[in-house]
Design a protein around this ligand. Structure first.
Ligand code: AMP
Length: 653
């Protein structure tokens, strides 16, 4: 016997759901369907989306409806139009083999007359959003006096959206003698109140832990400076070439902005929010469902109830205002037993929020490390190799060109051809990520460990960094110029905000340390020491730089030590203010106001120069844009670079 039959469902229903690929009931279906089939049960179910909750209420419901009658016997209320359409579609699929079944969706933004006509034709089940249903009741377009089943789906969200009064009005139009089934992802007091008011002795069923998230979801957070959020998003996307994601933003404006940037930068992305017309929203959803879009940038409300299979990542570009919304967001991935990743891109101040979410979902986050540019390139490379391996060759179409292609490539070895072939893509990514900065803002031990170097290589610490208008390339040039060592001896540089780690060939390390003994950079001593020795004390602490950063914030400025001086460089604090801090405001305007006439690092004269003033951030940005290296971070914030005017290599999806 089929497992669904064993739960008490009829052949026609089992036939339809088998065609939909349902083989085994999900845990909540197994527990709940037999109870609801009894036909006299009230239910409060704690269930996330993705647990199979639509079928949990839908299958018993269609078993209990009299489809020979044309009365409206069931009313399903849900928060959004998308979910309304989704539920209607699902119920229509379940009733594929039930003659005369008529299930109608009622939601705002579409013609109320058409919906009225559809109901009048004899809709046994009406699926509705509260606003439109209330409207229909006001206009006497619907008769709810025969309702025997009321289902409240995503009850918490309906209350969040302010539908409490609408729900009360609608339910008051239905007979008292009915079954009420309530589904909610979380169980705040307001939902409990509804269950008390409208139900008698409901059975309580929980799919998973109360208020807890799906166990198949990995929760990961990345800590970046606010200005690096967008570049971090791109890195995450580039490091997951097969990403199929929903990116959540808090406001419609931000949603549109991020989608626009992604589109401009060559991603298959689009926005979904309430300012779009319904046909626009439908169009976007159609593209997303058909996977023409790889990233759907959405607001919470617009994305509620979206049931799209195989969403690989949910990305919280901004954390939701209501922490509980995090559960709804992450529920878009890992549906129907699959696994998924829920990512939060946060700044340091938001770590506390992550801890609160952890308590609510009863699951720990892991702290991720934003992939380096090189890692992103690597992922793209191997994704390309896999694509080449898996591609289906259209022998017929390609056949005619092969002789010519063989002829063109005949003097190349197989290895050479492979190398060149993959390089056509790989080079573009390499170029894109050339000099890409480290985007991680947290001083996690892990990042430091990742800098362990190979034999023959010595790690050095230097108390110069981004704040000194240096990037990887310019730092290399600077060190090479001052020390006289060949630039090729400098193997790797990890530029942080106020300091950097340098990996050099061991034979060059001593020379560098020796030649830098009395070096000064813009009127400040430069300290280079071997990585292990870089600890507290000195002009700036070498403890990973974070404390240096916060000291800079606390320092009262102008005190003569290098912190005080440093604070003043980019901003106004050397002239009395203390705005020079580089906080997580995501805005560097504080840096851009330094007085004119400064000598920039861009003019090489300023290396070790003892007289010049430090360049401002805006100057630095200009300098970097005048150099050839593109910077991925450009289109994310205030930084300027060539790349803001260029497109990221577009990937075929
Ligand atoms: P829901 O929680 O109702 O949004 O369902 C999530 C997804 O799981 C939907 O696409 C359903 O079609 C699918 N689904 C529900 N129940 C089952 C089942 N027993 N077997 C396979 N897929 C299911």
């Amino acid at each position: 016997m089929n497992k669904f039959e064993a739960l008490g469902l009829s052949d026609v229903i089992v036939k339809a759901i088998t065609e939909m690929g349902f083989e085994t009931p999900t845990p909540i279906q197994e527990k709940t369907i037999p109870e609801l089939l009894k036909g006299n049960t009230d239910l409060v179910a704690l269930a996330q989306t993705g647990t199979g909750k639509t079928a949990t209420f839908g299958l018993p419901l269609i078993s209990l409806i009299d489809f020979n009658s044309r009365d409206t016997q069931a009313l399903i209320m849900c928060p959004t139009r998308e979910l309304c359409m989704q539920i209607t579609r699902d119920l229509q699929s379940y009733t594929k083999y039930i003659k005369d079944a008529n299930i109608v969706a009622v939601y705002g933004g579409a013609s109320i007359d058409t919906q009225t006509r559809e109901i009048k034709r004899g809709a046994q089940i009406v699926v509705a959003t509260p606003g439109r249903m209330n409207d229909m009741i006001d206009r006497r377009r619907v008769n709810l006096s025969h309702v025997r089943f009321a289902v409240l789906d995503e009850a918490d969200e309906m209350l969040n959206m302010g539908f409490k009064e609408d729900l009360d009005t609608i339910l008051s139009q239905t007979p008292e003698e009915k079954n009420t089934w309530l589904f909610s992802a979380t169980m705040p007091d307001e939902v409990l109140r509804i269950s008390k008011n409208y139900m008698s002795n409901p059975i309580e069923i929980t799919a998973g832990t109360k208020n807890a998230g799906n166990v198949n979801i990995d929760h990961v957070f990345y800590v970046v400076h606010a200005r690096d959020k967008y570049p971090a998003l791109k890195r995450i996307a580039d490091s997951n070439p097969d990403i199929f994601a929903i990116v959540f933003c808090r406001t419609k404006i931000e949603t549109q902005e991020i989608a626009d940037k992604l589109i401009k930068d060559g991603y298959n992305a689009d926005a979904l929010h309430g300012d779009l017309s319904q046909s626009q929203r439908d169009h976007v959803m159609k593209r997303y469902r058909s996977r023409s879009l790889q990233m759907l940038v959405a607001t919470d409300v617009a994305a509620r109830g979206i049931d799209v299979q195989d969403v690989t990542h949910v990305i919280n570009y901004t954390l939701p205002d209501e922490i509980e919304n995090y559960t709804h967001r992450s529920g878009r991935t890992a549906r129907a037993g699959k696994t998924g990743v829920s990512i939060a891109i946060i700044n340091m101040k938001e770590i506390g929020k992550i801890r609160i979410i952890e308590r609510i979902i009863k699951k720990k986050f892991t702290e991720g490390k934003v992939p380096t540019g090189f890692e992103a390139c690597e992922k793209q490379l191997f994704s390309l190799v896999k694509k080449i391996h898996d591609v289906e060759v259209n022998e017929k179409a390609i056949e005619q060109y092969m002789p010519k292609i063989y002829e063109e490539l005949q003097d190349m070895s197989k290895e050479d051809i492979i190398k060149r072939f993959v390089s056509t893509e790989f080079n573009r990514f390499l170029e894109y990520y050339r000099n890409a900065p480290d985007l991680n803002a947290s001083g996690s031990k892990e990042r430091e460990r990742s800098f362990d170097s190979a034999p023959g290589i010595t790690k050095l610490f230097i108390n110069l960094g981004e704040l000194d208008s240096l990037d990887t390339q310019s730092m290399k040039e600077y060190i090479s110029e001052v020390s006289g060592v060949d630039i090729a001896s400098i193997v790797n540089i990890d530029v942080k905000s106020s300091f950097s780690f340098i990996e050099v060939k061991t034979e060059a390390a001593e020379i560098i340390q020796g030649t830098f003994k009395n070096a000064r950079y813009n009127n400040r001593s430069v300290r280079i020491e071997s990585r292990g020795a870089a600890s507290g004390g000195g002009e700036r602490r070498g403890d990973g730089g974070r404390s240096g950063g916060s000291d800079r914030r606390r320092s009262s400025g102008g005190g003569g030590n290098s912190y005080g001086e440093r604070r003043s460089y980019g901003g106004r604090s050397d002239r009395g203010g203390d705005r020079g801090e580089r906080s997580d405001r995501g805005d560097r305007s504080g840096y851009s106001k330094s007085s004119g006439g400064e000598r920039g690092y861009g003019e090489k004269k300023s290396y070790g120069d003892s007289g010049g003033e430090r360049k401002s951030y805006s100057d630095r940005a200009e300098r970097s844009s005048s150099k050839s290296a593109p910077s991925e971070s450009s289109s994310g914030g205030d930084r300027k670079s060539n790349f803001s005017r260029e497109k990221r290599p577009r990937r075929k999806f």
